[in-house]
Write a protein that binds this ligand. Structure first.
Ligand code: HEM
Length: 260
């Protein structure tokens, strides 16, 4: 007998935004679903008949589903019936591949029109969910389908490590001049201003700006352990790990009580 083994869920690494945060939360998703269901669907020959009976809150309900899937609050589960309700809404609808493909294509068009982030990383994650979800909706809607019930709402994440800041943008600033980084003497406790802050380049600061400011003493000291973990495992900065001596300066600064 095959058992379903739950794999660890992909999820936030320290300092990494969820898709929900990146997209701009529920207001952004709601802008998109309103365009979809209110502006386009009513006059769409393929989709209008499918959605002929939706209630006025349908755009909000679907936006709330997306929000929960993208790592936002679990409002769909708490307020709208969660996974079981969502699945029940597709059962027996006998959707066609033509309708599905058009649904997916139109949702992407509405994402553009609603000004959702257009960066490659976000759109890769977004489109992968739209494709995955819409193909499951199609499968669940087919005559005789028996989708498993009582499953958790999926949680979607960045795909294949394509996270914000994981690559150097071709349109960003050109490589910075090497800054002079002064290493503290062995008997000198490192200070934030003199030794730690200069270790962070403008590019590092830009990549993390959504979460905190790498040039702010308050922010770096509040997140010091998480930052150190990323420096140690080489996942930050994303364009190349720090040399061991720089990591050691950061460690010494923490050990010294994080002097300003
Ligand atoms: C990623 C793909 C999809 C997601 C996330 C999604 C999400 C949802 C959700 C959350 C609901 C329930 C809303 C509520 O009442 O709370 C729903 C209902 C529904 N969905 Fe989907 N859906 C997807 C794909 C599709 C596709 C491809 C079609 C058809 C082409 C479709 C047709 C419908 C219909 C007909 C309903 C019931 C509407 C009503 O009469 O109330 N869905 N969907």
């Amino acid at each position: 007998m095959h058992r379903h083994v739950a794999k660890p869920h992909p999820g936030p690494s320290p300092g990494e935004p969820s898709l929900y945060e990146w997209v701009g939360g529920l207001p952004a998703l709601h802008r998109m679903t309103r365009l979809f269901y209110e502006k386009y669907v009513p006059d769409d020959p393929l989709l209008a008949p499918v959605f002929a009976n939706i209630g006025p809150d349908h755009p909000e309900r679907v936006a709330t589903w997306f929000g929960e899937v993208f790592g936002g609050p679990k409002t769909y589960s708490e307020r709208y019936g969660g996974y079981d309700w969502m699945v029940s809404q597709h059962i027996g609808k006998a959707l066609t591949e033509e309708q599905r493909a058009h649904w997916a294509e139109l949702m992407c068009r509405c994402a553009d029109e609603a000004d959702l982030p257009a960066d490659p990383e976000f759109r890769a994650a977004f489109v992968s969910y739209i494709e995955w979800g819409s193909r499951i909706a199609l499968e669940n809607s087919s005559p005789g389908a028996k989708p498993p019930m009582h499953m958790p709402v999926p949680r979607w994440w960045w795909v294949c490590d394509a996270t914000p800041g994981a690559r150097v943008s071709a349109l960003g600033e050109q490589p910075e001049e090497e800054k002079s980084v002064s290493t503290p003497r062995a008997d000198e406790p490192p200070s934030f201003e003199a030794h730690v802050k200069p270790l962070f380049r403008e590019r590092d600061r830009g990549s993390m700006k959504f979460a905190f400011d790498l040039w702010s003493y308050e922010d770096v000291s509040a997140n010091a352990d998480a930052i150190l973990a990323k420096l140690r495992d080489g996942s930050m900065p994303c364009d190349g790990a720090w040399p061991a001596e720089q990591v050691a300066v950061f460690e010494r600064w923490i050990a010294a009580g994080m002097p300003k």
